[in-house]
Design a protein around this ligand. Structure first.
Ligand SMILES: Nc1nc2c(ncn2[C@@H]2O[C@H](COP(=O)(O)OP(=O)(O)O)[C@@H](O)[C@H]2O)c(=O)[nH]1
Ligand SMILES: [Mg+2]
Length: 225
């Protein structure tokens, strides 16, 4: 019975996510969905990313949390529209939540929509938000085996970001082994190592985002509406 209900919820989510994807295509919005364990550095990555954007860029952020609006308060300081989605217990964002908050904030493309999912490596992986890419973050304090323990999200993510590289001298963690494990699960996954504290690796991250934006625009131009 539980399985039947879950399937129904997921197929309803897929329908709404397809509508969101179509809206993103029509309006030239690049949406990326950041997923990780709590504390891996999603908000810190977004803070440093927003601080690097010119104020006239069209960028919006949706940040999910089970309980607080702490992350939105951190992110709003950079001058771009930010909405906190408080899920009230639900361990992931879904397409309906994204749709409602996008409508309420009145965000229109062309532009970039950055989504910070609820901190969790399991639930968010099954919920399509119409994004162009899921991005999984793994920090150097979490252990190299996480891709093997949580293969679902590493399989679905286009990019794995290794975060907090400034801490590498202080922890026993092999970036090579973490990447090897991620590629066992998903051989084509892209990989960037960075530190939101020092800014190391940020050029690569921003280039990756720009390349994805270009690719999405090209694809949108070739799909008849
Ligand atoms: N040393 C270091 N700490 C970081 C870095 N990124 C995030 N943190 C810290 O890790 C903690 C959790 O970060 P946060 O961005 O809130 O993680 P989130 O729960 O994934 O959004 C905070 O105390 C951050 O200051 C980093 O690159 N280096
Ligand atoms: Mg956060």
């Amino acid at each position: 019975m539980r399985e039947v209900v879950e399937k129904k919820v997921l197929s309803e989510n897929d329908r709404l996510a397809a509508e969101l994807r179509e809206r993103y295509r029509e309006q030239n919005i690049l949406c990326v969905n950041l997923i990780s364990s709590p504390g891996s550095g999603k908000t810190a990555l977004l803070e440093k990313t927003l601080s690097s954007f010119p104020k006239e860029n069209c960028v919006a952020v949706l940040t999910g949390d089970i309980q607080t609006d702490n992350d939105a308060r951190r992110l709003v300081r950079y001058g771009f529209p930010v909405r906190q989605i408080v899920t009230g217990g639900t361990c992931h964002l879904d397409a309906r939540m994204v749709d409602r908050h996008l409508n309420e904030m009145g965000f229109r493309g062309p532009g970039l929509l950055l989504v910070e999912n609820v901190g969790n490596l399991v639930c968010p992986s099954s919920y399509d938000l119409g994004e162009a890419a899921k991005i999984v973050l793994l920090s150097v304090t979490e252990g190299e085996d996480k891709p093997l323990k949580y293969p679902g999200i590493f399989h679905r993510a286009s990019l794995m970001i290794l975060t907090k590289t400034d801490l590498l001298p202080h922890v026993e963690f092999s970036p090579e082994l973490a990447l090897e494990n991620a590629r066992k699960v998903h051989p084509e996954i892209d990989y960037i190592a960075l530190s939101s504290r020092t800014g190391e690796g940020f050029d690569q991250w921003l280039s990756w985002l720009s390349a994805l934006q270009l690719k999405a625009r090209r694809e949108a131009a070739t799909v008849p509406s």
